[in-house]
Design a protein around this ligand. Structure first.
Ligand code: PLP
Length: 454
């Protein structure tokens, strides 16, 4: 093995093929091949399934297109993709640009937000506010923006702690106090955000950044009622920008094209800047996007007219051409409606399966974006010891038992607190969902029994 992979010494099974919700894996030692269900579409990415004939055909077509440096030459593919996304956003966005990863998209969003104020002479604005337990990417800037401590520890000394400030996350299952209503919980968080603006000096803040529905760190956590719109109101009260990271939860994953749609009154727009990725390229191409509201675009258009910095593969012709076909497929086949309906089935099936399980504390999610959080004690919400590595073992064992899910750890303190995410393709069938849930439940029982929990 020559690849320097995440788990340096692991001999991982290799994917050799895929079709719809299925992956074919190969054991690198024995050569044995077997099929598993992709219960999480990788990391909530492969929304139209693997090896979709229409996308494969589009890829063949796009393979003949030239590489261009989009600093100097444009492409119809990138422009059409931007136009399609804008046309499905009800006026919330005026322009889009495309990069290669969610991390890059968040880096770029932070730079655009900073330049937005630079263009207006507000150079005193130099602070970002984001949330504890958040993940916004793996580059140094996006890691500084994030608040998931265990992912930051080795790099702590080189991360930027001067410009990046944190407030509490919105996580009702663990942080809403006994006797506190949802409205009171939301208000408590909004008061904290407002106080953070005051502490930093309201006119020093560039933007507040959060995920609309929290993804991999805490596991498919929808915001409490009124939270997202309340955050936007506070940002605007202080003249700052409101930036949503929908890298994981966006592009239909939660049952609406943008996860923020149910959070705002219709017709009042969305965030000032939004990042998207995963479902944009659907696993076929690495692609991410930054979407700009009319307010932000206007300042650039009327200001210097220049976006500082450009990347070699920005608005890449092949990647945007393929992503365009993926987005067209999603709309032509009403896959977001499908995701919404199938999501209701998945949510109900998960809740039914785990309702009486003493080791499942919470089942939460929206659309086809769900999470099951494990606890050693349902009443106290006490978690399993780190030494058990429950999510890590579950991840491996579920694959052996026939399904892949995204593992998660750290709902308590970014280390302790195990959970698994279920986020299948929008094309998943009920039969496939039932099989996925059986694998998850049976594997949980198996692993817990081995550790003396019956
Ligand atoms: C919410 C969120 N933001 C940013 C990122 C970073 O995206 P990428 O891994 O494509 O760099 C991720 C990745 O999981 C994410 O979930």
């Amino acid at each position: 093995m020559s690849i320097f992979q995440n788990a340096v010494n692991a001999d991982l099974p290799r994917a050799i093929a895929g079709k719809g919700s299925y992956l074919t894996l190969e054991n690198p030692k024995t050569g044995a091949q077997y099929d598993i269900l992709d219960g999480s579409s990788g990391a909530a990415v492969a929304a139209v399934g693997h090896n979709h004939p229409r996308i494969v055909q589009a890829m063949q077509h796009c393979a003949g297109l030239p590489y261009i440096f989009t600093h100097a030459v444009g492409s119809k593919q990138a422009d059409d993709l931007a136009e399609l996304i804008l046309s499905k956003s009800n006026g919330a966005f005026s322009r889009a640009l495309f990069l290669n990863s969610g991390s890059e998209a968040n880096e770029t969003a932070m730079k655009i937000a900073t330049q937005f104020f630079y263009e207006q002479g507000q150079t005193q604005r130099c602070n970002f506010i984001s949330r504890d337990f958040s993940y916004h990417g793996n580059t140094l800037g996006s890691l500084s923006l994030g608040g998931f401590k265990s992912r930051q520890v080795p790099y702590k000394e080189i991360l930027n702690s001067k410009a990046f400030h944190k407030v509490s996350t919105c996580f009702p299952y663990r942080h809403q106090k006994d006797g506190q209503t949802e409205e009171q919980y939301t208000q408590m968080l909004l008061d904290e955000l407002d106080a953070k603006f005051q502490e930093l000096g309201p006119d020093t803040v560039i933007a507040f950044v959060c995920e609309t529905v929290i993804g991999a760190t805490l596991g498919a956590v929808p915001p409490s009622k009124g939270y997202i719109s309340g955050c936007r109101d506070i940002c605007h009260k202080y003249g700052a920008l409101f930036l949503l990271d929908e890298v994981m939860c966006g592009m239909g994953r939660t049952g609406t094209y943008h996860a923020w749609e149910p959070e705002f009154e219709a017709g009042t727009g969305g965030p000032d800047i939004q990042t998207v990725a995963k479902v944009l390229g659907g696993g076929y191409v690495p692609l991410a996007g930054v979407l700009l509201s009319p307010k932000v675009f206007d300042v650039f258009q009327k200001g210097s007219g220049i976006v500082y910095g450009h990347q070699t593969y920005q608005d890449h012709v092949f990647a945007t051409g393929v992503a365009l076909e993926i987005q067209r497929l999603i709309f032509d086949q009403n896959l977001i409606e499908e995701c919404f309906e199938m999501g209701k089935y998945l949510g109900m099936a998960l809740k039914r399966k785990f309702a009486d399980n003493p080791y499942v504390g919470d089942v939460r999610g929206r659309g086809l974006f769900w999470d099951v959080e494990f606890v050693a004690d349902k009443a106290t919400k006490e978690v399993f010891p780190a030494s058990m590595n429950l999510a890590g073992i579950m991840h491996v064992r579920c694959i052996e038992n026939g399904a892949h899910f995204l593992k998660g750890k750290g709902t308590i303190d970014s280390v302790l607190g195990d959970h698994m995410m279920v986020s299948p393709a929008y094309t998943v069938t009920r039969v496939e969902i039932d099989r996925m849930i059986d694998v998850l439940a049976n594997t949980l029982a198996e692993v817990l029994a081995e550790n003396g929990y019956n």
